[in-house]
Ligand binder design. Structure first.
Ligand SMILES: NC(=O)c1ccc[n+]([C@@H]2O[C@H](COP(=O)([O-])OP(=O)(O)OC[C@H]3O[C@@H](n4cnc5c(N)ncnc54)[C@H](O)[C@@H]3O)[C@@H](O)[C@H]2O)c1
Length: 325
């Protein structure tokens, strides 16, 4: 019984591979490495290749006796998805269709998918439950929703899946071995770390006049190791015979940008240089998860607090200012 992890050389995939290996599972990673790092794949076989390569995926399924898949491989930059939409439809949707088709042909019928809270667009209220209307506001988010819909339609093929709608993944591994690359991430935590460590970089806070207690936007930050564990729980659920389902993966806590800067200041013992910029189009005021469903169905709950996220990120970035290079 071997788990195939697509995109396992990327940020969340690499942490998940380690969690799977720590639990004694056999793991094979398939990654093009175009946005991932060979060095981040610790203790698992890495095969460099594309999910659309049917012959390769078939060969992997047979050679390693793949029984289930965790599918991270995708592009994830919202802005890029708006300027290069076909790239996103091709890789995130057509690529996933090709992968699913090959897997079904090989009888691999358990699938965990990296979806995103971006499918909600600007939710009316937070905490956001799974019954919130789906209103993606970018091509990226549309591609995630499209794959969720494809997966929902595959029960006739025997495919069972869990789509995990991640909120904001952040932090690095507790042993400081793997982490996020600030050059390839637009997320707040790596940008805060870069502002602390790279004098040539200026952090811009997008808006300080939102209707929140301190005027900045509120998001739900989840430690990447907690997120990795959610995938193990999802695989266990499918192994128990669980049916296809979709859930949020977040902490249920909202943190503002300025709260994040305060914690980073405490951890680094140095204030975070930043400027205040204009609001960004389409940035919702406040988005954090209602994690009731993931708790009850997958028995998963976040264990790391915000300080642990920031400390792990700080340790990683100050010791790896050039990422894996
Ligand atoms: N980082 C977040 O906060 C976040 C939030 C919501 C959803 N997600 C989703 O989670 C998944 C993983 O995110 P991440 O932050 O680890 O991204 P990442 O870019 O670090 O990792 C993605 C990996 O997939 C690989 N890849 C891309 N296309 C491929 C293909 N066709 N075949 C094989 N490999 C391919 C890349 O080389 C990369 O290593 C993505 O699907 C992303 O959309 C991430």
């Amino acid at each position: 019984m071997t788990t195939l992890v697509t995109g396992g050389a990327g940020y969340i995939g690499a942490h998940t591979v380690r969690e799977l290996r720590a639990r004694g599972r056999e793991v094979v990673v398939l990654d093009t490495l175009e946005r991932g790092n060979e060095e981040s794949v610790v203790d698992a076989k890495l095969i460099v290749g594309d999910i659309v390569d049917e012959r390769l995926v078939t060969k992997i399924c047979n050679k390693y006796e793949i029984t289930e898949v965790v599918h991270f491989a995708a592009y994830k930059a919202v802005g890029e998805s708006m300027t290069h939409p076909m790239m996103y439809w091709r890789n995130n949707v057509a690529g996933t269709i090709s992968l699913l088709n090959t897997l079904i042909g090989q009888g691999v019928l358990r699938f965990v998918f990296s979806s995103s809270a971006a499918v909600y667009g600007t939710p009316k209220t937070s905490p956001v439950t799974e019954s919130e209307p789906l209103a993606p506001e970018s091509v990226y988010a549309e591609t995630k929703l499209a794959v969720e819909k494809i997966l929902a339609s595959l029960s006739t093929n025997g495919m069972r899946s869990v789509s995990l709608r991640y909120f904001n993944a952040a932090g690095a591994s507790s042993d400081n071995r793997i982490g996020e690359d600030w050059l390839t991430s637009e997320n707040l935590v790596p940008r805060v770390m870069r502002a602390l460590l790279d004098k040539s970089f200026q952090l811009e806070v997008f808006g300080n006049d939102y209707p929140t207690p301190d005027g900045s936007c509120i998001r739900d930050y989840i430690h990447v190791e907690d997120l990795a564990l959610a995938h193990v729980k999802a695989l266990e659920y499918l192994e128990r015979g669980g049916e296809t389902f979709v859930c949020n993966v977040g902490t249920g806590l909202g943190t503002s940008v300025f709260q994040m800067l305060d914690i980073a200041t405490q951890v680094a013992q140095c204030s975070v240089p930043h400027t205040i910029g204009a609001r960004r189009d389409g940035d919702p005021v406040s988005v954090y998860a209602d994690p009731t469903l993931v708790r009850s169905v997958l028995d998963w709950k976040a264990t790391h607090d915000l300080r642990s996220i920031v400390e792990s990120a700080w340790n990683w970035h100050r010791t790896h200012p050039n990422g894996y290079r």
